[in-house]
Write a protein that binds this ligand. Structure first.
Ligand code: AMP
Ligand code: ZN
Length: 115
């Protein structure tokens, strides 16, 4: 997608601090971290929101969850834990219209599901 900031990161047109990459997935550090560890995990396929995922993407979604585990291990959050957040649509405050999962770790998370 031409004007998508995350597609540009995937293509290397915008720099990022990569944490993990494979054929289908990229994980990189959030530019404005909300926790000591804040990684964004995204599919290389452009999908605008969680509501745009179709059954055709089932395998891809499984791969994203596999990547979540890999990233958690890479950043050392597999034992102590982490929070995984995905915003969808205007009320959630989703800013980038390319699905992404925020992996937050490195501190105790509050009781409220916010970041
Ligand atoms: P959301 O509000 O769920 O759409 O989250 C978008 C996230 O993307 C925010 O946490 C931003 O800090 C992050 N972000 C935006 N631009 C970049 C970038 N160039 N590199 C890394 N993270 C970014
Ligand atoms: Zn995109």
């Amino acid at each position: 997608m031409e004007d998508c900031i995350f597609c540009k990161i995937i293509k290397g047109e915008i720099p990022s601090e990569k944490v993990y990459e494979d054929e289908d997935i990229l994980a990189f550090k959030d530019i404005n971290p909300a926790a000591p560890i804040h990684v964004l995990i995204i599919p290389k396929k452009h999908i605008a929101t969680l509501m745009d995922i179709t059954p055709e993407d089932n395998e891809l979604m499984t791969k994203i969850m596999n990547a979540v585990q890999k990233v958690a291990k890479i950043v050392g959050a597999d034992e102590k834990g982490f929070r995984l957040i995905a915003n969808c649509g205007p009320d959630s405050g989703q800013e980038v219209m390319h699905i992404h999962f925020h992996l937050l770790a490195g501190r105790k998370m509050g009781p409220k599901i916010v970041h």
